[in-house]
Design a protein around this ligand. Structure first.
Ligand code: 5AD
Ligand code: FES
Length: 373
């Protein structure tokens, strides 16, 4: 089937987006040349029609690199002894959040290695409450703190967090176990249950995958997109896989596609998902910028609408290297802001300052229904 025929299905799209079959998605994922350009153009038009040219910011606070897990791709895994572990003090976290507020970011995202002990979960509850006190709750709070019990997720929600990111990493169970150890700590079903719990509790729930993993096929990627649609998530993050020398998956570095190919495939994933889910929030992940200096702008230009500038104090950043050569590790927050404004203006976009930037898909779904009499 020609690409134009598939793209013509994307009419004056409704909020619920275009239904694409797995075969159609695979054809779009394989698009090259003019076909790829048509896909990217259509995705940009779709985004502009639904969400305008605004980009939302979340000030990223990398709270701690202490982690109980050993994901086979991740540089911060517990079995990597080659760097110093840290946890920010309460004051440091609050300073970062205040800075986000001063810079007009509207929201912060608190991310950390995974821990579920009581000291940690209590500390997060406390920090969420403290961040909420800044200017009477003016900051939106996204958490990205891995798998937790329903009780913990509920406590954090009640404390004031309203968005949660938990990437499925791979929606194919077999692939999941090729990139995670097969033990009680890394369980595919638990991950799925956590995503369902977050949705049930009323979080704006985000998930996502890495693109270009060893063993990953176009079938897997098409299924990932269908999984996001089926779960009806509010947010998605996708970025190219970047091999880290201190991880088990490094051994496959010569067997995967090139960094440019992984980047292009990521852009196609973003563009296709924008057609399928026109009103969700989609992040232009830092991994894109690590692979390509223009990577974040490219992601924005094909459908992403969120950027997470790093606010972690610089002295800690080099110890939060989930993948090597991470972008912006040496930038100062105010430099980041000017740099972002200029870079986005160059592609016809602008930051929406001082707003939470919630997912339109989520807000519409949960808006009180008006009854017609
Ligand atoms: N390359 C790219 N992305 C990675 N992540 C973790 N390790 C890597 C890597 N080596 C992503 C995971 C995780 C997110 C915080 O970073 O998808 O969910
Ligand atoms: Fe824990 Fe990556 S394995 S943060």
């Amino acid at each position: 089937m020609p690409i134009t025929k598939i793209l013509n299905k994307v009419g004056p799209s409704t909020s619920s987006g275009t239904s694409l079959t797995k075969e159609e998605i695979k054809l779009l994922l394989a698009a090259e040349g003019d076909d790829k350009k048509l896909l990217f153009d259509k995705a940009l038009q779709t985004k502009l029609a639904h969400l305008d040219n605004y980009v939302h910011l979340r000030g990223l606070i990398e709270y701690s690199n202490i982690c109980t897990k050993s994901c086979l791709y991740c540089g911060v895994r517990s079995k990597n002894p080659n760097f110093t572990r840290y946890q920010l003090s309460d004051e440091e976290v609050i300073e970062c959040a205040k800075l986000a507020h001063e810079l007009g970011y509207g929201s912060v995202a608190l991310q950390s290695g995974e821990r579920s002990d009581k000291d940690f979960t209590d500390k997060i509850t406390h920090l969420v409450k403290e961040i909420k006190k800044i200017d009477n709750g003016s900051l939106g709070i996204t958490l990205s703190l891995g798998e937790q019990t329903e009780e913990t997720y509920r406590r954090w929600f009640e404390a004031g967090a309203h968005r949660y990111l938990l990437r499925i990493e791979a929606s194919n169970e077999d692939l999941y176990y090729k990139i995670h150890p097969r033990d009680e700590k890394h369980n595919f079903q638990t991950r799925l249950n956590c995503i369902d719990t977050l949705l049930k509790l009323g979080y704006q729930t985000g998930t996502g995958v890495m693109v270009g993993l060893p063993f990953q096929t176009l079938d897997d990627l098409a299924d990932d997109l269908l999984f996001f649609k089926q779960k009806d998530v509010a947010m998605v993050g996708m970025g190219p896989f970047i091999p880290h020398p201190d991880t088990p998956l490094w051994q496959y570095k010569d067997q995967i596609s090139s960094a440019e190919e992984r980047m292009e495939l990521t852009l196609k994933m973003i563009a296709i998902l924008r057609l399928m889910m026109p009103e969700i929030n989609m992040v232009a992940a830092t991994a894109n910028q690590t692979v390509d200096p223009m990577g974040r702008e490219k992601a924005i230009a094909v459908g992403a609408n969120v950027i997470m500038p790093n606010l972690t104090p610089n002295e800690f950043r080099e110890n939060y290297l989930i993948y090597p050569d991470k972008a912006c590790v040496k930038d100062k927050p105010d430099q980041c802001q000017t740099c972002l404004d200029v870079r986005l203006a160059a592609i016809g976009h602008k930051v929406l300052y001082n707003a939470w930037g919630d997912s339109v898909a989520f807000t519409k779904k949960h808006a009180p229904k008006t009854t017609c009499v």
